[in-house]
Design a binder for this molecule. Structure first.
Ligand SMILES: NC(=O)c1ccc[n+]([C@@H]2O[C@H](COP(=O)([O-])OP(=O)(O)OC[C@H]3O[C@@H](n4cnc5c(N)ncnc54)[C@H](OP(=O)(O)O)[C@@H]3O)[C@@H](O)[C@H]2O)c1
Length: 324
C-alpha cells in the first residue's frame, strides 16, 4: 500500500477540476505527522468524506481504499488523487486498515452498513452523520469492530476547505472508537465532545437552528426589504448586520450577552406596530416574528430578571400569539 508521507502530489487548495472539485490532495504535514501509522478506508467520497480523509492524510494517515456508489466517479477520483484503490462496496474488506470511515447520506446509511457487515471490517468504524448515533453501526459491532460517530459541526461547501482551528466535532460510541475520533480531531486542531445517543436529536436540531435557521431569518429580512421596494444594498446590509451580531455573540461567554434591539429594550408600541404591519403583509412571518420576540425575552429573562417594560411586552406578545 501507499506510504502516506509521500502525499500529497499537489499542494493544498489546488482542485483537480470541476467534476473532481470534491477531490483535493492533502496538505503536507511535517513528518512523521500526528496521524502516522493510521490507515483508512473510506465509504462515501463526497463533501465530508473527501475532506476528512484529505485532512487525515495531510497529517500522516494513509488512505488505502475508497468506495462510492460506483467504481468510477468520485471514488476513482479520490482514490487516484491519493494512491488508494477504488473498490466496489460489496467487495470492501477493511480489516487490514485502522479505520473505516463511512460518510454517505443519512438515508443511505442503513443499507450501506448492511452491505459492509457481510465482511469483517476495520477495528474501528466511524460514521459522520449528526442525526444518528453509534447504534447505526450495530451490525458492524457484532462482527467485532468498535463503532462510533464523528460528526463535524460544519457546513462543507468548499471542496478545498481546511480544518477550522477550534472547530467542533460530536463523538460517540465504543471507547476505542471514541479514542480514535478524539485523536483525529486533535490532529485537526479541533474541539470534540461526547454527544450521547439520548441527546442526539436535540443536538442535531440545534445545529439546524444555528445554521439553516439563522440563514432563513436573514433571507426573510431580505425578502421584506424587497417587498418594501428597497434596493438590494439593504439586503446586503442585513447580512453584514447579522455577521456583526454573530461576531459579537461569539465574543461573549454566552450568545445571550449579544441580544439587542427594540424587543430586548421592551419597546412595546414600536414592536406591536411592526407586528401588525407584518400580519397584513406576511401573516405566516408575523407568527414566526411573534414567537421569536417572545424567545428573545425568555432568553434575556434567563440571564437577568426582566424589567417592567420587557415584562409588559412579553405579556402583549402572548396575547398577539393568540391573534396569529
Ligand atoms: N455536507 C455537510 O455539510 C455535512 C456536515 C456534517 C456532516 N455531514 C454528514 O456527512 C455524511 C455525508 O454527507 P455529504 O454532504 O458528504 O454527502 P455527499 O457529498 O452527497 O456525498 C455522499 C457520498 O456517499 C456516496 N454514496 C451515496 N450512496 C451510497 C451508497 N449506497 N453506497 C456507497 N456510497 C454511497 C456518494 O457516492 P458517489 O460519489 O458515487 O456519488 C458520495 O461519495 C452525511 O451523514 C451527512 O449528514 C454532512
Amino acid at each position: 500500500m501507499t506510504d502516506g508521507r509521500r502525499f500529497p502530489r499537489t499542494l493544498a487548495g489546488l482542485s483537480t477540476g470541476s467534476y473532481c472539485s470534491a477531490v483535493t490532495t492533502a496538505r503536507q504535514w511535517p513528518e512523521p505527522g500526528p496521524l502516522s501509522g493510521i490507515s483508512l478506508a473510506l465509504v462515501g467520497p463526497g463533501r465530508v468524506g473527501s475532506a476528512l480523509t484529505r485532512w487525515a492524510q495531510g497529517r500522516g494517515a494513509r488512505l488505502e481504499q475508497v468506495a462510492g456508489r460506483t467504481l468510477s466517479g468520485r471514488a476513482a477520483a479520490q482514490a487516484g488523487a491519493s494512491g488508494a484503490v477504488p473498490v466496489a462496496l460489496p467487495e470492501l474488506s477493511s480489516a487490514r486498515q485502522t479505520l473505516l470511515l463511512i460518510a454517505v447520506p443519512d438515508p443511505e446509511l442503513d443499507g450501506v452498513v448492511a452491505t459492509l457487515a457481510a465482511r469483517d471490517q476495520a477495528p474501528v468504524v466511524l460514521h459522520t452523520s449528526g442525526s444518528r448515533d453509534a447504534a447505526a453501526l450495530a451490525s458492524l459491532r457484532a462482527r467485532g469492530s468498535a463503532v462510533g460517530s464523528l460528526h463535524p459541526l460544519r457546513a462543507f461547501a468548499d471542496p478545498a476547505a481546511e480544518p477550522l482551528p477550534g472547530g467542533f466535532y460530536a463523538v460517540d460510541g465504543d471507547p476505542e472508537a471514541q479514542a480514535l475520533a478524539f485523536r483525529l480531531t486533535a490532529a485537526w486542531d479541533g474541539v470534540a465532545a461526547v454527544v450521547p445517543a439520548t441527546a442526539r436529536r436535540l443536538y442535531h436540531f440545534g445545529a439546524t437552528l444555528a445554521a439553516g435557521g439563522v440563514v432563513t431569518l436573514v433571507s426573510a429580512a431580505a425578502d421584506l426589504a424587497d417587498r418594501a421596494g428597497l434596493p438590494p444594498e439593504v439586503a446586503r446590509g442585513y447580512l453584514a448586520l447579522a455577521q456583526s451580531a454573530l461576531d459579537q455573540a461569539a465574543r461573549g461567554e454566552t450568545p445571550r450577552a449579544a441580544l439587542t434591539g427594540p424587543v430586548l429594550r421592551g419597546e412595546r408600541g414600536l414592536v406591536l406596530a411592526q407586528l401588525a404591519e407584518l400580519r397584513r403583509l406576511r401573516p405566516e412571518l408575523a407568527a414566526l416574528a411573534t414567537h421569536l420576540a417572545r424567545e428573545t425575552l425568555l432568553q434575556a429573562g434567563a440571564a437577568a430578571p426582566l424589567d417592567a417594560a420587557q415584562q409588559a411586552l412579553l405579556e402583549a406578545l402572548a396575547e398577539a400569539e393568540n391573534m396569529t
